[in-house]
Structures are given as structure tokens and as C-alpha cells.
Design a protein around this ligand. Structure first.
Ligand SMILES: Cc1cc2nc3c(=O)[nH]c(=O)nc-3n(C[C@H](O)[C@H](O)[C@H](O)COP(=O)(O)OP(=O)(O)OC[C@H]3O[C@@H](n4cnc5c(N)ncnc54)[C@H](O)[C@@H]3O)c2cc1C
Length: 372
């Protein structure tokens, strides 16, 4: 049975779907807006959980390659208070493989390998029920028809309106991201503070988190509660102004902690948006969603894992019932929405505690999920 399947979006979810379908011998069109794989920075590091992202890679036949590339030592997690005192210093055991880290770019390349992604194909609208299937409209004016269109196109999905009218809403927590390169040679003191994995510093309604990527690259995230327009009057393209603004926001914090922000040279503003916790939709023949497009939640280490598991499970559902594509998609949607609803509650509650008026809440959450 040769269905015409289009996956809109070549993120972790879409590529995992395509890769598992490919493994089962199904041709699939991956339609990606970016003009090329390296047209923008791929983003920071991802921890892939044993029963989620790693399970999905296993279903794609890529677990061994992942294990060779990933960084188990990156699971290390240190927590400081605003004065720079170390409160927790968790180190993974030698065989600990529950949540190893991998750079997003490495994960993308691993998944991409044999896939024929169509780059520069921005989808603007999807129209189901057009007789011959689902009509996909592209930004360049072209149109194409498929039997199944999967929206794996992230938070601001252009596929989602075909099945659901919901849109993401702001959580009240925003973040500003910066990067440090060659940390071990350029900033050895900071490298000590960060350790092999991540360091998090919690204050009232704000936190600073730094995460090691491969090659001495570090991503730093300043997270804080603020109205969406907190930067009114501040030019976000002016790195000097943003740095000064952040240093003022974290005024009084210890010098080595503030250096995480002070050494940043470029800053990206990323407000945290979410979809409703129990987002579901009435099934529409020929269109479905996965990953952030279906269940955008706060970035607490679950989103990419869920997107990948969604992708792997949808592919397996299709391969198990090739005669009835619609039944395969319905079965997948039921399973995905139930799981996503649970994780949306967990991550939203987690965000409330990690960026909380009482920094002790963040420490208590850490002790709950990572008992020493
Ligand atoms: C700072 C930060 C840290 C995070 N850390 C983690 C972590 O450690 N672990 C974890 O599991 N999750 C993490 N997440 C969440 C994770 O990044 C997302 O949940 C995950 O990337 C979702 O994958 P996706 O494939 O659904 O969508 P995306 O990764 O958003 O991919 C969507 C793709 O679709 C393409 N696209 C968009 N619109 C169109 C269009 N109209 N036409 C064609 N293509 C389109 C985009 O270019 C993109 O390639 C983090 C998020 C943030 C912001």
C-alpha cells in the first residue's frame, strides 16, 4: 500500500517519524521551511530519556549511534544559590544512561542521514476534504495533494488550524538566551562553576541556567517572570543594552554567577508559550499533529522526547495497519493526547516551582526528581 504521506517540519518529531517510516519501507515527503540544514543555529543540547527519546531512536534503529555520540557526563547537575554557594552537586554514576545529552545538530544529522528532505518548502495552509486528499499550499504558491499530512511544524504550526482552533498562550515566564564558546580556555573559572553538565541558580521569580554542549560550547538561559512586553524601551538587537538589563535584573547575585550573562555577546529573547494542557481535537481524516504542534509545553526536558516518541509511534501505527491509514492515525492520536496531557501538567507545575517566588521550591523539585 503506497500512501502519499507528507511530514511538515524537519524537527526532532518530524524526522523521527520519517526515519521510522523509512525503516519500514514507506516513502515520505519531509517538507521543511528552512532553506538548508545549516541555515540557522540548531539550538542547544537535548537530554534524551530512556523510555522516550531513546526508545524512539531504538525504533528508528539508531540507538547505538546515539550512544556513541551522546554525552552521559552531561547529565551532571549542580545547583547554587544566588550567593554562589553550591547546594547540590549531582554526578552520574559510570553506567548512568538514563538521560544523556546530545547536541541538537548532531541529533538532526543522525536522523537525516538517508532521508530526502525537501528544504525551503514553507507550508502556509492545509485544506482537508478536497476530494483527492489533503491539499497543501506552499508559500511560493505551489500546491500538492497527499493522503496524510502530519503537522510536525512546531509551536506556531500552519497545519494545526486544519484540526484545531487553539493557539499558544504566554506562561508569564520568559527567557533570554546567550552562548559562550571555548569555555575551558576562555573562561576556566566559569567552566569550573558549570562542571561537566549543567548549573542552575535559583532566586525569587528568576533563575540562571548554563548547559554544556559539545566542544566547549555553553548555552546560558536567564529565565524570569515578566509581562510579555517587559523589554519595552529596550532594543533587543542591542547586545550591550540587553546585557546591562539582565545584570540589573540579577543585581546582588554573586560575581561568578553573573559572569554567565556578563560574558555573553549575543542575546535571543524566547518567551515560554504553551498550548492548553488538555489539547485534543475531533479527528479530521487525512491530517494529524505531533510534537510541539500538538502539545507545546514549558521547556523542562520533555518536548523533544515526546515529539520523537510521537513520531516513532505514528510510524509504527501506520506500518501495523497499512490498509486503514485513518484507523492507524486515530489510534495514534488517542495514545499521544493521553500521554501529552499528563506531561503538560507535570511540566507546567514544574515551571511554577522552578521560577517561583520561593527559590526553595526549585530545590525541592530537584530533590524529588533527582534524589541523591
Ligand atoms: C531552551 C529550550 C530548551 C529545551 N530543552 C529540551 C530538552 O532538553 N529536552 C527536550 O525533550 N525538549 C527540550 N526543549 C523542547 C524541544 O525543543 C521541543 O519540544 C522540540 O524541539 C519539539 O520538536 P518538534 O519536532 O515538535 O518541533 P520543532 O523542533 O519546533 O521543529 C519544527 C520544524 O518545523 C519547521 N517548520 C515550522 N513551520 C513550518 C512551515 N510552515 N512549513 C514547513 N516547515 C516548518 C521548523 O523550521 C522546524 O524545523 C527545549 C526547548 C527550549 C526552547
Amino acid at each position: 500500500m503506497r500512501h502519499r504521506i507528507a511530514v511538515v517540519g524537519g524537527g526532532p518529531g518530524g524526522l523521527t517519524l520519517a526515519r521510522v517510516l523509512h525503516r519500514h519501507g514507506y516513502p515520505v515527503a519531509v517538507l521543511e521551511r528552512d532553506p538548508a540544514p545549516d541555515s540557522r543555529p540548531p539550538g542547544g543540547t537535548l537530554d534524551l530519556h530512556e523510555g522516550m527519546g531513546q526508545l524512539a531512536l531504538d525504533k528508528a534503529g539508531l540507538l547505538a549511534e546515539f550512544q556513541a555520540l551522546s554525552r552521559p557526563e552531561g547529565q551532571a547537575m549542580r545547583i547554587l544559590d544566588a550567593a554562589g554557594t553550591v547546594l547540590r552537586d549531582w554526578q552520574p554514576g559510570p553506567d548512568e544512561r538514563a538521560n544523556p545529552e546530545i547536541d541538537r545538530g548532531q541529533l538532526r544529522d543522525l536522523l537525516l542521514d538517508p532521508l530526502d528532505v525537501q528544504w525551503g518548502r514553507e507550508v502556509v495552509q492545509v485544506a482537508p476534504g478536497t476530494g483527492d486528499g489533503v491539499l497543501v499550499h506552499f508559500a511560493d504558491g505551489r500546491q500538492e495533494t497527499f493522503d496524510l499530512v502530519v503537522g510536525a511544524d512546531g509551536a506556531w504550526s500552519r497545519v494545526r488550524p486544519a484540526v484545531s482552533s487553539v493557539t499558544p498562550h504566554y506562561t508569564g515566564v520568559t527567557s533570554v538566551e546567550t552562548s559562550l564558546d571555548d569555555i575551558d580556555t576562555r573562561h576556566p573559572d566559569l567552566a569550573q562553576v558549570i562542571g561537566d553538565g549543567s548549573v542552575a541558580v535559583y532566586g525569587a521569580n528568576r533563575s540562571l541556567v548554563a548547559q554544556r554542549n559539545s566542544g566547549g560550547h555553553v548555552k546560558v538561559y536567564a529565565k524570569f517572570r515578566a509581562p510579555l512586553d517587559w523589554h519595552a524601551g529596550l532594543d533587543l538587537a542591542d547586545a550591550e543594552a540587553v546585557r546591562s538589563g539582565l545584570l540589573a535584573l540579577f543585581d546582588g547575585w554573586a560575581a561568578p554567577v553573573l559572569d554567565l550573562v556578563g560574558h555573553g555577546t549575543a542575546f535571543v529573547h524566547r518567551p515560554f508559550y504553551v498550548l492548553p494542557e488538555s489539547h485534543t481535537w475531533a479527528h479530521v481524516r487525512g491530517v494529524t499533529l505531533l510534537g510541539d504542534a500538538a502539545h507545546l509545553m514549558p521547556p523542562l526536558g520533555a518536548g523533544a522526547n515526546l515529539a520523537m516518541l510521537d513520531g516513532a509511534e505514528l510510524a509504527e501505527s501506520i506500518a501495523a495497519d497499512p490498509e486503514d491509514l485513518d484507523a492507524a492515525v486515530c489510534a495514534f492520536e488517542e495514545r499521544m493526547c493521553e500521554r501529552a496531557g499528563r506531561w503538560a501538567k507535570i511540566t507546567m507545575a514544574g515551571l511554577e516551582r522552578l521560577v517561583s517566588p520561593d527559590p526553595a521550591e526549585a530545590l525541592a523539585l530537584f530533590d524529588h526528581v533527582q534524589p541523591s
